[in-house]
Design a protein around this ligand. Sequence first.
Ligand SMILES: *[C@@H]1O[C@H](CO)[C@@H](O)[C@H](O)[C@H]1NC(C)=O
Ligand SMILES: *[C@@H]1O[C@H](CO)[C@@H](O)[C@H](O)[C@H]1NC(C)=O
Ligand SMILES: *[C@@H]1O[C@H](CO)[C@@H](O)[C@H](O)[C@H]1NC(C)=O
Ligand SMILES: *[C@@H]1O[C@H](CO)[C@@H](O)[C@H](O)[C@H]1NC(C)=O
Ligand SMILES: *[C@@H]1O[C@H](CO)[C@@H](O)[C@H](O)[C@H]1NC(C)=O
Ligand SMILES: *[C@@H]1O[C@H](CO)[C@@H](O)[C@H](O)[C@H]1NC(C)=O
Ligand SMILES: *[C@@H]1O[C@H](CO)[C@@H](O)[C@H](O)[C@H]1NC(C)=O
Ligand SMILES: *[C@@H]1O[C@H](CO)[C@@H](O)[C@H](O)[C@H]1NC(C)=O
Ligand SMILES: *[C@@H]1O[C@H](CO)[C@@H](O)[C@H](O)[C@H]1NC(C)=O
Ligand SMILES: *[C@@H]1O[C@H](CO)[C@@H](O)[C@H](O)[C@H]1NC(C)=O
Ligand SMILES: *[C@@H]1O[C@H](CO)[C@@H](O)[C@H](O)[C@H]1NC(C)=O
Ligand SMILES: *[C@@H]1O[C@H](CO)[C@@H](O)[C@H](O)[C@H]1NC(C)=O
Length: 442
Amino acid sequence: MSFHTKLLLLFAPSVLGLVQPNGVGRLPALGWNSWNAFNCDIDEDKFLTAAQKLKDLGLADAGYEYVNIDDCWSNKDGRDSTTGRLLPNTTRFPDGINGTAAQVHAMGLKIGIYSSAGTYACAGYPASIGNETIDAQTWAEWGIDYLKYDNCNIPSNWSDTCNACHPDYIDSQYLTANGTCLPNTPNLCPSGYDYSQSNTAERYRIMGEALQAQNRTILYSLCEWGTAGVETWGNNTAASWRMSNDINTSWARILNILNQNVFNLDYVNFWGHPDPDMLEVGNGLTLQQSRTHFALWAAMKSPLLIGTDLDNLDNDTLSILKNPYLLAFNQDDTIGEPAKPYSWGTNPDWTFNDTFPAEFWSGNSSNGTLVLLFNPYPNTLVKEAVWADIPGLMANGTYKVVEVWNDVDLGCQSGGIGLEVNANDTAVFLIQDCPSATSNLI
Ligand SMILES: *[C@@H]1O[C@H](CO)[C@@H](O)[C@H](O)[C@H]1NC(C)=O
Ligand SMILES: *[C@@H]1O[C@H](CO)[C@@H](O)[C@H](O)[C@H]1NC(C)=O
Ligand SMILES: *[C@@H]1O[C@H](CO)[C@@H](O)[C@H](O)[C@H]1NC(C)=O
Ligand SMILES: *[C@@H]1O[C@H](CO)[C@@H](O)[C@H](O)[C@H]1NC(C)=O
Ligand SMILES: *[C@@H]1O[C@H](CO)[C@@H](O)[C@H](O)[C@H]1NC(C)=O
Ligand SMILES: *[C@@H]1O[C@H](CO)[C@@H](O)[C@H](O)[C@H]1NC(C)=O
Ligand SMILES: *[C@@H]1O[C@H](CO)[C@@H](O)[C@H](O)[C@H]1NC(C)=O
Ligand SMILES: *[C@@H]1O[C@H](CO)[C@@H](O)[C@H](O)[C@H]1NC(C)=O
Ligand SMILES: *[C@@H]1O[C@H](CO)[C@@H](O)[C@H](O)[C@H]1NC(C)=O
Ligand SMILES: *[C@@H]1O[C@H](CO)[C@@H](O)[C@H](O)[C@H]1NC(C)=O
Ligand SMILES: *[C@@H]1O[C@H](CO)[C@@H](O)[C@H](O)[C@H]1NC(C)=O
Ligand SMILES: *[C@@H]1O[C@H](CO)[C@@H](O)[C@H](O)[C@H]1NC(C)=O
């Protein structure tokens, strides 16, 4: 009896995810990050402007709370020679990062920082491997609330002995139609390999433990590019983990990442979220592409980090980023699972295909069932949501339908609902029980 209890106590924690105080990391993070908008061209003013814009545009009220500094914030010449600490570039941050943090906090927002689990960050600035504790201490003292931890410049003695199957890093000749790797893929880890024992997992665990040891709650966001089977250990280590290489503004790349993340959706729940990378909404996508990108990222319960210059946001783009139905689904406090495809559409279910990924999606929420219909074709099509196909709905049911982009109540519908959907666009519906004619609610 006591033997069994002990076993449970020993083994239970290894399957649980990282849980932090005050619900930090329980839901996907919402905020803004400098990289997709400004790359290395950053300074304090850009962050204070972004923070002010989050407030003025109503984005903070909609839930966006993190103002995240990406690469290039530090002094490139190196650490403080006496204390060993990272130093801010004081040309870019004349008040220090702690000064910027104080001003962002005074606006009621939180602030994020960036480093790499290597010898240098991706743009050549000092990074954190071997100095995790002092860096975590420094950030905690500065008032940092979020760390994005990148994967550049890994010392050779930290490399992994074998690789997980990942479409971004293996030659496509070794990929099957369902996205798995052929057995003859070079340097593939044996089946059953425990990726939590990889050197990559260890590099990220060390920083996680250093953050946990601080007297400050810091959301930990892994950016190890989806390598080393991170989906199997990410939940134990951090609040979110990048599941692919970087996003960019090309529509093909956005669909490519979407298609990859479809295969991670069983790993999404409270406290642990695969991260298909920061939003490119506002960076030259069409309205239709922007809606699909935002809607599916929100529906997959991804972190939603706006990556555009908020000074130059048009109203249509702003209203996409503020869509209350999609944000409510993404931030649902009672249901942790994401929306998932219920049918691929053009291709057979579970086909791994970048240009024609899953088209028919649904997810349960505390306000009803969210349904998303993506049109990957270059022309307008009628897409239909058929109740009989959608998990949780009854074929013979009559449901109230709200069209989410325009907030239009389409009334009670039997059988399903159809809508014309433009090229690259996604129709989104919220399906709710119909108020019953015989109900006596007053
Ligand atoms: C991640 O860990 C949390 C906290 O233990 C747990 O509630 C959640 O179900 C885990 N996620 C998955 C997909 O297992
Ligand atoms: C600090 O930033 C300025 C302005 O971008 C740049 O010119 C300078 O090289 C940086 N200095 C260091 C030490 O990183
Ligand atoms: C860690 O700190 C030591 C002492 O300041 C320094 O020599 C070393 O270069 C640092 N490592 C990294 C990756 O910054
Ligand atoms: C930031 O840190 C510096 C150096 O430790 C200190 O002089 C300054 O007062 C701090 N600023 C704030 C706003 O805490
Ligand atoms: C790599 O070398 C450093 C010392 O240079 C050491 O601290 C670290 O543990 C080594 N990593 C591995 C995986 O052995
Ligand atoms: C994926 O396809 C391969 C053959 O191409 C098959 O052996 C494997 O069972 C499939 N895996 C899944 C999860 O469907
Ligand atoms: C942790 O920080 C709080 C205030 O932020 C302080 O009251 C408390 O004494 C600190 N605890 C330790 C162990 O440093
Ligand atoms: C759809 O995406 C393709 C590929 O980027 C593009 O050529 C086309 O203009 C887009 N159409 C709309 C309406 O977004
Ligand atoms: C955008 O919306 C704001 C506030 O609702 C309004 O004042 C402004 O005229 C709109 N701009 C355009 C171009 O429609
Ligand atoms: C729930 O759905 C109703 C429409 O039926 C809508 O008015 C309300 O804003 C929705 N609430 C959330 C949190 O999505
Ligand atoms: C992706 O799916 C489309 C539609 O079925 C098909 O025409 C195309 O050849 C597929 N692409 C690949 C790489 O298999
Ligand atoms: C709808 O179908 C379910 C079984 O799927 C059945 O139990 C129910 O009675 C049907 N309702 C109506 C109004 O026909």
